[in-house]
Design a protein around this ligand. Structure first.
Ligand code: PRT
Ligand code: ZN
Length: 290
């Protein structure tokens, strides 16, 4: 693999795993054009000086820290566990999961303090030790690299610490959640030297694109028709709306209004607008906000 002296930015992403599909989708939404097929090792972007390298997620922290690549996309959980020397630039809002402490359903353990002196199986030994140390509970940790959830049934441990997203793996293995250690999502990280000098400009250009996609996720574009005299009420309902685009309609006294609505309050806002008499409400996703 070439080093940082080449002119193109290098971004490492997971080759084939839980983050791969959404990462590729995110990069494409950011307007990057590249080929990607299953057996690829890397892709070269056609419309941005960027090379994408496909690697195992476990290797991403080292590649970024050593400067083999400028940037990487990986789970926050890996940053928490390994504390690599990299700079976190952005939360990417996919790949959500939580690191959980779980025990067998029929276990007598009711509280984390009941785990004192017990053995916990996990692929996240550092996060586990730190959490129990902070809570002043001494435990033993057994490091397991896969299928942590079967450890209690095998008699290897009394509890586990593992990532969960839907919780179905825990349920399938007759485990129940005890407490959450932390939440995680996909993040963009950078080598510190890539944030200096010439490469900085390229990293910033890429960041602008990424942020554009992320902020667009927060909003929907809404068009509606309403009698002109409803405008003051509509302005009250749509939070943060300063100057909506307004156009007269052929029907006298009616106007067409175009605005953006925050995703979190989307449904309640639409209902309020309907209730006061807005009509023909059309909602469109926003691709980017720059
Ligand atoms: O091959 P490679 O080393 O690249 O991949 P990997 O197998 O080590 O990692 P992978 O693909 O499993 O996970 C990559 C990243 O996805 C993780 O580092 C997390 O940031 C994120 N992520 C999100 C998850 C999950 N959700 C998740 N549910 N990673 C793992 N899981 C596992 C968990 O360990 C458990 O076995 O899924 C199971 C539980 O899922 P639920 O839905 O049943 O709760
Ligand atoms: Zn891995």
């Amino acid at each position: 693999m070439a080093n940082l002296d080449s002119k193109k930015l290098k971004l490492a992403i997971q080759k084939g795993g839980r983050l791969t599909e959404e990462t590729l989708e995110f990069l494409r939404k950011s307007g990057l054009e590249f080929e990607s097929y299953k057996q690829r090792l890397f892709s070269v972007c056609r419309n941005f000086p960027l090379e994408i390298l496909y690697v195992r997620d476990d290797d991403i922290p080292d590649y970024v820290a050593s400067g083999t690549v400028d940037l990487g996309i990986l789970g926050q959980n890996i940053l928490n566990e390994e504390r690599p020397k990299v700079k976190k630039l952005l939360n990417l809002r996919y790949g959500f999961c939580s690191l959980m402490v779980a025990v067998p359903k029929d276990s007598e353990v009711k509280d984390i303090s009941d785990l004192k002196g017990k053995t916990i199986a996990t692929s996240y030994p550092e996060s586990t030790k730190k959490f129990f140390k902070e809570n002043n509970i001494s435990i033993e940790v057994v490091k397991i690299s896969g299928s942590v959830e079967i450890a209690p049934a095998l008699g290897v441990a009394e509890a586990i610490v593992d990532l969960t997203s839907t919780g179905s793996t825990l349920a399938l293995n007759d485990l129940r959640m005890l407490t959450k250690i932390y939440e995680s999502e996909a993040v963009l990280v950078a080598n510190e030297k890539s944030l200096l000098n010439g490469r900085k400009i390229l990293v910033e250009k890429l960041l602008t694109r990424f942020k554009g996609v992320l902020s667009a996720k927060d909003y929907k574009y809404v068009m509606m028709n309403a009698p002109k005299d409803l405008l003051p009420k509509i302005k009250k309902i749509v939070p943060g709306l300063k100057s909506p685009t307004i156009a007269p309609l052929a029907k006298t006294g009616w106007i067409s209004i175009q605005t953006v609505i925050k995703e979190q309050v989307f449904w309640e806002t639409i209902e309020k607008l309907k209730n006061i008499g807005a009509q023909g409400i059309i909602v469109l996703p926003i691709e980017k906000i720059i």
